[in-house]
Design a protein around this ligand. Structure first.
Ligand code: 16G
Ligand code: ZN
Length: 530
C-alpha cells in the first residue's frame, strides 16, 4: 500500500547508537542520536490522537534541565497529563525496533485503520536548543506520514504545551495569549486587597525559554530583574533551578547582576521547575519544592476552613526525597493528608488526583496544585450562595482566594512561571518575608551521592523507592547504615541517567552523619552491584 511504501522509505535510515528508554519523562540523549526516535514518536503521536478520535496529542521537544547539546521528546495526552502507560511501553518498543520497524508499528496499531484519515492532530512545542529545528521537522514528518495534522505551538515552556492541550480539550481558550491573560488575572485577584509588597526579585531563566514567559507576565509583578535570558549563555550551565537546587549554589551571574535583589528565583531550561533562594554567608538559603508545598498547603488549608469548605479533601504528595522536616510540618496541618509517591511527575499527579484538592511538589521544584472539577464546582456554588453578602466577608474572600489559586496554578502540570506568581501572591497575602517562610521548619541534614554501576536495573525498589527489594544484601546494608534515631536512607536507580542515586538524612544536631551514611551506602552499592 501507499503507507507501507512511505514507511519503508522513511523508517530506519538514521542511526541510533543503542536502545532508548522512555524513562521518567520521555526519551533523552545527545540531540544527534535522537533523529530516528523523534521521527517515530511523531508517528506514534498521530496514532495516539487517532486512537482518541482525533483529540489533540502533544509533543514537546526538550531535555529540560539537561545540558544544551542534549535534547529529548515527551508525549502528552489530550487532557494535558503524561502519556498513558501502555503507550509508553509501545513507544519504547517501536523506537527500539531496528529489524523491521513497519512491522513493529503494525503490531501496535492496525495500519489499515490509521492511514490518511486526516483525523489525528498533534501540537508541537520546543525549547531554545539549537537542535530543536531538525527534530521538530522530523516529528512533523512522522505525524504527516500517518495522515495527521500538525499544529506548531512554537517556542514554548513545557507547561505551556500541557496547558494548551488541556484548554483545547476542554474547549476553553487555548492560545498562548490566553495563558498569559489567565495568569495575570488570577494573580491580580489573589493579591487584590493587598498590593503585592515584595522586595525586588531577580529571576534566573537558565538561559532558556522561561524568559519569554516571564517577560509576558512581568507587568503584573513587582519590580523584577530578568537574567539568564534565552541564549544569553549555554542552556542550564551554572544556572537554573537544577544547578541551584543540586549544588546549593548561586547561579554564576549572581555576583554580576543586580545586587539590590535580595530574593532570587531560578527556572530550569523548559520552565517547569522553580526554586527560590536568598544569599547567606557561605552559601544560600534555599526555598525548594518542599518549602513551596509547605507554604501553599498551609495557605489552602487555612482558606478551606475559613471558606467553610472543610468537607472537601485536601492532600499533599511528596517523594522519598522530601525532607523529613517538611513531611512533619505538613502532617501537623489541619485536614491535610500527606501521601508519598514514586519520583516523577506522573506518579505524584496520580497520587493526588484522587482528592478534591491536591498539592504536589518534588524538592527539585516541580509541582502544582490540582483542583478537581468537583472542588471548583463546590467553591463556585458556595460563593454564589453568599452573593448577597459584603465582598469583605471573610468566608467569601476565602472562597474567592481558593478559586484564584485554582486559576493560577497550572491544572495540567507543574509550571515554574505560574508557581512563581503563586508563591509571590501568597507571601504578599500573608505579609511574609522569604526569611520567615524559610523558618516554617528547620530542614534535616541530607546528602545525595551518585554511583555508576554496570547495570542499574539489578536494584529493584518498593514502597515508593523508600526500600530496596533486591538485592537483599543491599537492603540490609542500608538498614544497618541508617539505624539511628531520626535517620533514614534509600537507594534508587535513576530514571533519567545511567546512575544509582543514594539519599541519606539525619537530624540537624548530627552534623556529618548524613554524609557518612550516604558514603557508606554508596560503597555498599558499588560492592554489591558494581
Ligand atoms: C524527571 C522528572 C522529575 C524527576 C526526575 C528524576 C518529570 C516531568 N520529570 O526529570 O520529576 O524528579 O526525572 O530524575 O516527570 P532521576 O530519575 O534521574 O533521579
Ligand atoms: Zn524541566
Amino acid at each position: 500500500s501507499d503507507l507501507q511504501s512511505d514507511l519503508n522509505s522513511l523508517l530506519g535510515h538514521r542511526s541510533q547508537p543503542g536502545p532508548l528508554s522512555y524513562g521518567t519523562a520521555g526519551f533523552r540523549g545527545k540531540a544527534e542520536t535522537l533523529h530516528e526516535a523523534v521521527l517515530r514518536c511523531g508517528m506514534l503521536a498521530a496514532c495516539r490522537s487517532h486512537s482518541l478520535a482525533g483529540r489533540a496529542v502533544g509533543v514537546m521537544v526538550t531535555a529540560s534541565h539537561n545540558p544544551a547539546p542534549d535534547n529529548g521528546l515527551k508525549l502528552v495526552e489530550p487532557d494535558g497529563s503524561m502519556l498513558h502507560k501502555d503507550w509508553e511501553v509501545a513507544a519504547t518498543e517501536f523506537v527500539n525496533a531496528f529489524d523491521n520497524p513497519p512491522a513493529a508499528l503494525a503490531k501496535m496499531v492496525k495500519l489499515e485503520d490509521v492511514p490518511r484519515q486526516g483525523k489525528a492532530v498533534v501540537l508541537i512545542g520546543w525549547d531554545t536548543r539549537k537542535s530543536s529545528a531538525v527534530l521538530v521537522d522530523l516529528a512533523c514528518q512522522g505525524v504527516e506520514v500517518m495522515g495527521g495534522t500538525v499544529i506548531k505551538l512554537g517556542l514554548v515552556t513545557t507547561p505551556q504545551l500541557h496547558f494548551s492541550l488541556r484548554a483545547r480539550d476542554r474547549k476553553e481558550a487555548s492560545a498562548l495569549e490566553d495563558y498569559y491573560t489567565a495568569l495575570r488575572r488570577a494573580f491580580g485577584k489573589l493579591v487584590r486587597e493587598k498590593r503585592a509588597v515584595l522586595p525586588p526579585l531577580a529571576v534566573d531563566c537558565a538561559n532558556g525559554v522561561g524568559a519569554v514567559a516571564i517577560d509576558a507576565i512581568r507587568s503584573a509583578l513587582p519590580a523584577i530583574a530578568v537574567v539568564n535570558r534565552a541564549n544569553d549563555g549555554p542552556l542550564n550551565k551554572n544556572c537554573g533551578a537544577d544547578f541551584v537546587q543540586k549544588q546549593r549554589k548561586m547561579p554564576e551571574i549572581y555576583s554580576k547582576a543586580v545586587p539590590k535583589c535580595k530574593m532570587w528565583a531560578s527556572l530550569d531550561g523548559d520552565a517547569d521547575r522553580l526554586v527560590m533562594f536568598e544569599k547567606r554567608d557561605g552559601g544560600i538559603a534555599l526555598a525548594d519544592g518542599d518549602r513551596f508545598a509547605a507554604l501553599v498547603t498551609q495557605f489552602i488549608s487555612k482558606h478551606m476552613k475559613q471558606g467553610g469548605v472543610g468537607g472537601l479533601s485536601l492532600a499533599v504528595a511528596q517523594t522519598a526525597y522530601s525532607n523529613g522536616a517538611a513531611t512533619e510540618f505538613l502532617s501537623k496541618l489541619q485536614g491535610v493528608q500527606v501521601v508519598t509517591a514514586k519520583t516523577g511527575v506522573k506518579h505524584l499527579e496520580k497520587a493526588v488526583r484522587k482528592f478534591d484538592i491536591g498539592v504536589y511538589w518534588e524538592p527539585n521544584g516541580h509541582g502544582t496544585v490540582l483542583f478537581s472539577d468537583k472542588a471548583v464546582g463546590e467553591l463556585t456554588s458556595a460563593k454564589a450562595k453568599l452573593a448577597g453578602e459584603h465582598d469583605g466577608s471573610q468566608q467569601k474572600r476565602s472562597l474567592s482566594t481558593l478559586l484564584a489559586v485554582s486559576a493560577l496554578a497550572n491544572q495540567a502540570v507543574g509550571d515554574g512561571v505560574a508557581d512563581l506568581l503563586l508563591i509571590l501572591a501568597i507571601l504578599s497575602r500573608e505579609d511574609m518575608t522569604t526569611s520567615e517562610w524559610l523558618r516554617l521548619y528547620e530542614e534535616r541534614r541530607s546528602s545525595n551521592v551518585v554511583v555508576r554501576v554496570t547495570d542499574k536495573s539489578v536494584i529493584v525498589t518498593e514502597d515508593c523507592d523508600r526500600l530496596v527489594k533486591e538485592p537483599a544484601a543491599l537492603r540490609d546494608a542500608i538498614a544497618k547504615a541508617s539505624d539511628e534515631e531520626g535517620c533514614r536512607a534509600f537507594v534508587r536507580p535513576s530514571g533519567t541517567e545511567d546512575v544509582v542515586r543514594v539519599y541519606a538524612e539525619a537530624p540537624v544536631k548530627r552534623e556529618g552523619k548524613a554524609n557518612e551514611m550516604a558514603l557508606e551506602i554508596a560503597r555498599a552499592v558499588y560492592r554489591l552491584c558494581g
